[in-house]
Design a protein around this ligand. Structure first.
Ligand SMILES: Cc1cc2nc3c(=O)[nH]c(=O)nc-3n(C[C@H](O)[C@H](O)[C@H](O)COP(=O)(O)O)c2cc1C
Length: 242
């Protein structure tokens, strides 16, 4: 196997403004949504408990991608809950800690940044989550609604969100052990983290929308990342619906 497969994948699948894949979707060629086995034994299952079970089932049922925000502003306390639920330290001591979401080899390559648009108790701007101290470092101040949305292919869900979670990867943290395979794990980990955010948001009465459509290096520019050693991986808009 080429020793650059993951590096090449990461760079060559970036979206660049004016160079998005072209051509409409061929609906006729849309692959089948379900795989079905025929002529094999089938066991019918009891329906899942939703309302009658623990609250987690309702939360999973109620999670939906929300793209329209504008309800009462969210608060710094809610941001604190969401950060903890995504990347907060949940167990451990000074020498070895574990976090809310799993990480291959406990190497934790993902960093969390926030665009704060409208959060009670936090000035608008760009922040970095300091995991060890559960604190936010303010990297930039100002209104990043438009710039953030432009970098996400002009998505309204980014412009109108109260906050946008942006996850980047420090690739070497995982490549140190897993070499090129690290890229697989990094994207899986971003998925775990984003799902924690989505279900934690439901618990708080908030909505989220995962954002994978983004101009990588424009987002990197907003955060001050070089796009090689550290690059944006995934984003999620967060807010309260009207
Ligand atoms: C990897 C990934 C990337 C996504 N990117 C976007 C995006 O850029 N914009 C958007 O509006 N929704 C995005 N979504 C949300 C999907 O469109 C949504 O999950 C899907 O339509 C199913 O709806 P649900 O989340 O309400 O169940 C993304 C979801 C995933 C998992």
């Amino acid at each position: 196997m080429k020793e650059v497969a993951g590096d090449t994948f990461q760079q060559e699948t970036k979206y660049h403004r004016g160079k998005l894949p072209t051509g409409g979707l061929d609906r006729v060629k849309k692959p089948e949504l379900y795989k079905r086995y025929h002529n094999v034994p089938v066991t019918e299952l009891d329906p899942p408990l939703i309302s009658a079970g623990g609250r987690i089932w309702e939360i999973i049922k109620n999670r939906r991608s929300v793209r329209s925000f504008g309800g009462p502003e969210i608060t710094a306390d809610e941001i604190s809950q969401l950060l903890w639920a995504t990347q907060g330290i949940t167990v451990g001591d000074r020498n070895f800690v574990l976090r809310a979401a799993p990480s291959a080899g406990a190497l934790y390559p993902i960093e969390t940044y926030l665009i704060i648009n409208r959060v009670k108790g936090l000035e608008p701007g760009i922040y970095h989550y300091e995991i060890e101290t559960h604190a936010l470092s303010q990297l930039k101040s100002g209104n990043f609604r438009e710039k953030g949305a432009r970098a996400a292919l002009d998505q309204v869900a980014v412009e109108t969100a109260d906050t946008v979670f942006i996850w980047s990867a420090v690739f070497d943290r995982a490549k140190w052990k897993y070499k090129q395979r690290a890229y697989r794990y990094i994207y899986m980990e971003a998925g775990h983290i984003a799902q924690n955010l989505a279900i934690a948001a439901v618990e708080l009465g908030l909505g989220t929308c995962q954002i994978g459509a983004l101009y990588d290096d424009e987002v990197n520019g907003i955060l001050g990342l070089d796009g090689y050693n550290e690059s944006v991986i995934y984003m999620s808009s967060v807010g309260r619906q009207k």
